[in-house]
Ligand binder design. Structure first.
Ligand code: GZL
Length: 324
């Protein structure tokens, strides 16, 4: 009997000692020679997003000296907040955040700062009370993108009456806020442009098609679809074709991102104008990390150069030269 009690006590001692051992962090794993980066990505909702993820994977590769941990938030901010806390717990060297929306980041980024982990923002912007909570940002000027689209509409339609269907991206994302603001400026300065419908298609092809199918089924008449990304434009085009309408002729399509598939549709006239939103942020983020590693202070904000394409300006050589 005594032997059995002694055996149980020894087992309990061994178990309690094992439980106290610290959980291994990536730095403890065979990655101590790598820069460990936790990347909270919005999701996989669009061609743009997939090109952005691929660019990050290629730049932050093990061959380049990185261990990249990617979390797909499926377009939900709460999943990003959980991912950031996990990165903090794991003791990563850098956190890269592609924020779903602009608001709601103060608390979790303060936790990252308290843990001494630099934060790099990529793509969309955030609204924050203390900008020391992120080290630097690289992304697009979404208001300028919206204004570029409206300039083209002004050049091609002037004050001709236009009934406009507006497919918005994720509400509260800076891509949606900026592009919508650009269109709103155009609506204010063109009394003959009428907004007949505005709804979020969540940047997805399925939702874009669903919304336009419902409009057509209700017999709504419209002249132009202002789609805040290419994938919603693809869905709208399918809906128009299924209803026997010719996109680019019966209805003008304006889109954003200028991904490869969309530029093929510009080439064939289905999309009339596409504003580039460049997703190839991997090398840009890698360069920012290298500057931080060297103790330098990179610029707080870096805007990427972006163009636009219509049926008159797009060429096969332009398409062949593009990285996505
Ligand atoms: C823009 C990016 C947007 C794209 C969409 O920088 O945040 O999110 O325009 C993507 O395609 O879903």
């Amino acid at each position: 009997m005594m032997k059995r009690i002694l055996l149980i006590i020894c087992l309990l001692l061994i178990l309690s000692l094992a439980a106290c051992a610290p959980a291994p962090s990536p730095a403890d794993e065979p990655y101590e020679d790598f820069i460990v980066v936790g990347f909270s990505q919005v999701g996989a909702e669009s061609d743009w997003r997939n090109a952005n993820t691929k660019s990050m994977q290629e730049a932050l590769s093990e061959e380049n000296g990185y261990r990249l941990i990617i979390d797909d938030a499926q377009q939900k901010q709460e999943r990003q907040i959980t991912a950031i806390r996990n990165f903090i717990h794991q003791g990563v060297d850098y956190i890269v955040l592609a924020p779903t929306t602009e608001k709601g980041w103060d608390t979790v980024l303060a936790e990252a700062k308290a843990a001494g982990i630099p934060v790099i923002l990529v793509d969309r912007m955030i609204e924050i009370s203390d900008d020391s909570l992120f080290n630097c940002w690289v992304g697009s000027d979404f208001l300028n993108e919206g204004r570029t689209a409206v300039r083209w509409m002004d050049q091609h339609f002037g004050d001709k009456p236009l009934r406009i269907v507006h497919l918005q991206g994720n509400i509260g994302s800076s891509a949606q806020i900026g592009r919508t603001a650009g269109l709103n400026e155009g609506l204010s300065s063109h009394p003959d442009w009428t907004l007949v419908y505005r709804e979020s298609g969540d940047f997805t092809q399925a939702k874009g098609q669903e919304l336009v199918e419902a409009l057509l089924a209700d017999g709504m008449q419209f002249d132009l679809i202002f789609s805040e990304n290419d994938n919603m434009a693809y869905g709208a085009i399918d809906a128009l074709k299924n209803a026997g309408l010719t996109p680019g002729k019966d209805v003008t399509i304006i889109s954003f991102d200028a991904s490869h598939t969309a530029l093929e549709m510009v080439m064939n006239g289905e999309i009339s104008f596409d504003v580039e939103c460049n997703p190839l942020h991997g090398p840009r983020v890698e360069a920012l990390i290298q500057r931080l590693e060297a103790g330098a202070k990179p610029p707080k904000l870096t805007y990427v150069e972006e163009g636009s394409f219509d049926t008159e300006t797009i060429t096969q050589s332009i398409m062949d030269s593009r990285g996505y």
